[in-house]
Design a protein around this ligand. Structure first.
Ligand code: PAF
Length: 303
């Protein structure tokens, strides 16, 4: 793996790869890597000749300054993890894997855009969109910049941020770049909790009950066989919101789940559905955001 911090140097490496007709894969990340990210990098290495992994905490996608300040910055550990992946997959990928770790000034030489640049219509008007104004435009700005620098044939995104995948799909349609979007399945801990850099902020007691989110969603998928959409939605929210009352011994010091939303939506348009038959070609997906121990966790279930 080669670490590159300058945009011009990345462009040079990409130009050399293109001159050799190498296919380029891009894995955009904000660092704080875990096995979920490594699975994206591993897949990108399998499917492309040359891979760019970006590690950049993008200030313009945070609508909350405190969240930006709290975001873990663990570059050295991240680079070690990528090196350990290289050893694990035993591929001689040293010369075909670039870790791009730019500064904010390098990414935004003309200054950070402060206005909303992109609009994506209905796909961003639900769930995360109204709760995080400007977030998806900020994501799109940085992803487009990465597309321009890395010129990938394929770009890899985790499905945990399900709405982000839909927004990137809309971005690609808008800017008409011939890039293949590769959504990748969630990687989970052995107990089912979706891997996330936020999990490290959970107290031991919160971490112990956090897998309840996935367990509840899995049960919801079973209920979908015989219950209406609204009943499943209500059951998920009630089950999590009442967990501390049903299990007081597992919830010391006021620990509890506080669901922010659980929506069952068409997996392509992300519009809420009222009955199971209303889902289109990709089916239905349930998306949840829930607070636990001051940490906002998200997860999904496919129906
Ligand atoms: O999913 C993320 O980590 C970020 O939103 C992304 C896609 C790297 C853009 O900053």
């Amino acid at each position: 793996m080669k670490q590159i911090t300058k945009a011009a140097e990345l462009q040079q490496a990409v130009a050399e790869a293109k001159a050799q007709n190498l296919e380029i894969g891009l894995v955009p990340t904000m660092g704080a890597l875990h096995e979920g990210h490594l699975s994206l990098i591993e897949r990108a290495l399998k499917e492309n000749d040359f891979v760019v992994v970006s590690l950049f905490v993008n200030p313009i996608q945070f609508n909350n300054k405190e969240d930006l300040a709290k975001y873990p910055r663990t570059i050295e550990a991240d680079l070690d993890l990528i090196k350990s992946l290289e050893l694990r997959i035993k591929g001689a990928c040293t010369d075909r894997l670039v870790a791009f770790t730019p500064t904010v000034e390098e990414m935004y030489p003309d200054g950070e855009p402060t206005e909303i640049v992109y609009h994506f219509g209905p796909v961003e008007e639900v769930m995360e969109g109204p709760r995080r104004p400007g977030h998806f435009s900020g994501v799109a700005v940085v992803v487009r910049r990465l597309f321009d620098l890395a010129q990938p044939k394929r770009a890899y995104f985790g499905e945990k941020d399900y709405q982000q995948v839909a927004v990137i799909r809309a971005l690609l349609e808008q800017i008409k770049y011939p890039i293949e979007l590769v959504p990748c399945p969630i990687v989970r801990a052995d107990d089912g909790l979706a891997l996330s850099s936020r999990n490290m902020r959970l107290s031991p007691a919160a971490r112990a009950i956090a897998p309840t989110i996935n367990a509840t969603l899995e049960q919801a998928a079973e209920m979908a066989e015989y219950e209406d959409v609204d009943d499943v939605k209500e059951w998920v929210v009630d089950t999590l919101a009442s967990f501390h009352e049903v299990n007081p011994s597992l919830c010391p010091d006021g620990l509890k789940f506080e669901p922010e939303y659980f929506e069952i939506v068409d997996a392509r348009t992300l519009q809420p559905i009222e009955n199971w038959d209303a889902a289109g070609d990709l089916g239905a997906v349930g998306c949840i955001a829930v607070w636990l121990d001051g940490v906002r966790l998200i997860d999904i279930v496919k129906f």
